[in-house]
Ligand binder design. Structure first.
Ligand code: IMP
Length: 198
């Protein structure tokens, strides 16, 4: 086991996605925790059929690998008119953020129903194979015909949050956190996380 990871007040973020890690560092910044990234090159096969199952797989695998608590988020974008796709396949839809956006816009070219839902399932696991906390947050929006905004990551430039007129990529990170699937999931997680830290 890598000694750097063996510390009760450390939480390892089970992700290689820099956009996600940045958001969690910000969400966790006021808690008495040292936030670490997962070991370089470590990958967990996402064989689950739901966001929740995949979050569990990632949190358990990284907690066991590092010997510390781990937090995993499995998230994605489900488009109503595409029967929920890309959904749990959001990261694997194409090779880069740009290509994923391009593919989704192409597949929705002739669709007038643009309703979509972002989901984030968060799981915190311990190295003894225990699930400590589990939550799920959602955010409704519309898929635009063209990208707008330069902030954020992933599908942010084409997802306009319902009722705001803004895409996630046009929002400051604090506004995104207050409305997003991940921010909402984290708000549900936070009281439990604080209890664990007592
Ligand atoms: P995961 O790492 O398997 O959970 O993949 C999640 C994928 O969904 C990411 O690679 C992004 O493409 C997309 N995604 C999840 N959350 C967001 C978000 O907040 N904004 C934009 N795209 C996101």
């Amino acid at each position: 086991m890598n000694q750097e990871y063996f510390n009760e007040s450390c939480l390892v973020i089970a992700s290689g996605n820099s956009g996600k890690i940045k958001e969690f560092c910000q969400l966790l910044s006021h808690l008495p925790l040292k936030v670490l990234g997962q070991p370089k090159g470590f990958q967990v096969e996402e064989t689950g059929k739901t966001f929740r199952e995949n979050a569990r797989l990632k949190a358990l695998a990284v907690a066991s690998k590092t010997g510390n608590w781990s937090l995993a988020d499995d998230s994605g974008l489900s488009v109503e008119a595409l029967n929920g796709l890309p959904g749990i396949h959001s990261a694997r839809y194409a090779k880069s953020d740009e290509e994923r956006i391009h593919r989704l816009l192409r597949e929705m070219e002739n669709l007038t129903d643009r309703l979509a839902l972002f989901s984030s399932a968060i799981c915190v696991a311990s190295p003894n194979n225990e699930i400590l906390l589990e939550v799920e947050g959602k955010c409704e929006g519309l898929i635009l015909k063209e990208p707008r905004g330069t902030k954020g990551f992933g599908y942010d430039p084409i997802f306009e949050v319902l009722g705001t007129g803004l895409t996630f990529a046009e929002m400051e990170i604090t506004q995104k956190q207050s409305l997003s699937h991940r921010g909402r999931a984290f708000a549900m997680l936070e009281p439990g996380l604080k209890e664990l830290l007592k």
